[in-house]
Ligand binder design. Structure first.
Ligand code: ADE
Length: 237
């Protein structure tokens, strides 16, 4: 997979993408990260312009962005991280992990001239209902979530199957996990996990995942219940 990032602050990258397993994946060439400095496309020393009709702040100008974007392939997946976008999700990460090339345009200031989002096939995607200083933090999170799903990045791929949100279309939060010592500060590891009975352990994990999801994320829980009911009724048809 090839990832291209356009940013006014290339020094932010690779940042967290350069360390640990995800950094090794970059070193091993499991994906490539090309970071382009939007400042190198400045026109008469400027990359921004004030918004027409007033309002505070500045916009990245269409001409500058066009110069940076026009050489890039239309066939890639074009992403503009923005709080106005559709919510990013594990499902999106799974979809993007199958793509040949991802292009991230990182906005700064008040964002970008809207005509750029019309001319190029961008999807606007949001990290959540809050506003960051720019798109770079969001792009880093979206890249990390997508790249960790590439074959060879995570040592034991079965661990991905138990992640929160791993099961689509009706995911659960992941069950709690424990390691040795089995008794720590008078707190015991649940005895079932020491029983060696894998069927019972799997059942316990699912029950815990259900209870946690129900308590913390009623939105996900309702989706899970509705999905279970629909698959049950399909299997009866
Ligand atoms: N840029 C600024 N805020 C953002 C957000 N919440 N998600 C994605 N990109 C952003």
């Amino acid at each position: 997979m090839k990832i291209t990032v356009l940013t006014l602050f290339p020094e932010i990258f690779p940042g967290p993408l350069g360390v640990s397993l995800i950094g090794k994946a970059l070193q091993k060439g499991l994906y490539t990260l090309q970071v382009q400095d939007l400042k190198s496309f400045a026109i008469q020393g400027r990359v921004d312009a004030p918004p027409c009709g007033g309002g505070g702040g500045m916009l990245l100008s269409a001409e500058v962005l066009d110069a940076a974007l026009s050489p890039l392939p239309q066939s890639a997946t074009w992403i503009y991280p923005s709080p106005r976008g559709k919510a990013f999700s594990q499902e999106k990460a799974q979809e993007w992990s199958q793509k040949e090339q991802l292009i991230f345009l990182c906005g700064r200031y008040e964002g970008v001239d809207a005509r750029i989002l019309e001319k190029y096939p961008f999807s606007e995607v949001s990290l959540g209902d809050y506003v960051l200083m720019g798109g770079e933090g969001a792009a880093l999170a979206m890249i990390e979530a997508s790249v960790r799903l590439l074959p060879g990045v995570v040592g034991d791929p079965t661990s991905l199957l138990e992640d929160s949100f791993a099961e689509t279309p009706a995911p659960l939060l992941e069950h709690p996990q424990y390691a040795s010592p089995v008794c720590w500060e008078e707190r015991d590891v649940p005895s079932i996990l020491l029983s060696g009975n894998h069927g019972a352990i799997d059942q316990w994990k699912r029950k815990q995942a259900c209870a946690l999801t129900r308590r913390r994320r009623p939105d996900l829980w309702n989706r899970y219940v509705a999905h279970r009911l629909s698959t049950l009724s399909e299997s009866e048809d």
